[in-house]
Design a binder for this molecule. Structure first.
Ligand code: TYD
Length: 136
């Protein structure tokens, strides 16, 4: 059975409050439901732009609004769900074979992606039609 949007969940990450500032952390297989292999981050996203617009055959990830805010829309080709992220201690867990789009980035926002695999273009499903067929 492939994951569905029901398996795409908001994860509350640990938050260590301190007069010197707050700290949040993740560890492989603990706060993250997979072993961490890669991280990347999106920044300087112009107003009105969207990122994502693909799914992955194997890769799982957690998306965090490390600064500012953005919206994550996910689809399993039948059902859609949206998450508004504006706190750096929340992450959206996106399992394999889920379509995602990231949009409504606030000015100056930074989106951190924590990922289960190394970069591999062959893992991408970049057309929604290809994604829909792969789910059947
Ligand atoms: P892409 O995953 O399409 O960006 P997004 O989903 O955020 O819109 O990646 C954009 C480009 O960056 C593409 O040419 C592949 C490259 N890239 C890497 O080389 N390594 C990486 O870890 C990632 C995420 C992308």
């Amino acid at each position: 059975m492939l994951p569905t949007v029901e398996d795409t969940t908001l994860i509350e990450l640990p938050k260590i409050i301190d007069p010197r500032g707050a700290l949040t952390f993740v560890e492989s297989d603990h706060q993250l439901p997979f072993a961490l292999k890669r991280a990347y981050w999106l920044y300087d996203v112009p107003g009105g732009e969207s990122r994502g617009g693909h799914a992955h055959r194997e890769m799982e990830q957690v998306i965090v609004a490390a600064s500012g805010s953005l919206t994550v829309r996910v689809s399993d080709s039948l059902v859609e769900k949206e998450f508004f992220l504006n706190r750096s201690y929340y992450g959206v867990y996106i399992p394999r074979m889920i379509w995602r789009e990231l949009y409504d980035f606030s000015s100056g926002s930074v989106c951190l992606a924590l990922v289960s695999t190394l970069y591999d273009e062959a893992d991408y499903l970049r057309s929604f039609e290809e994604f829909r067929s792969a789910r059947q």
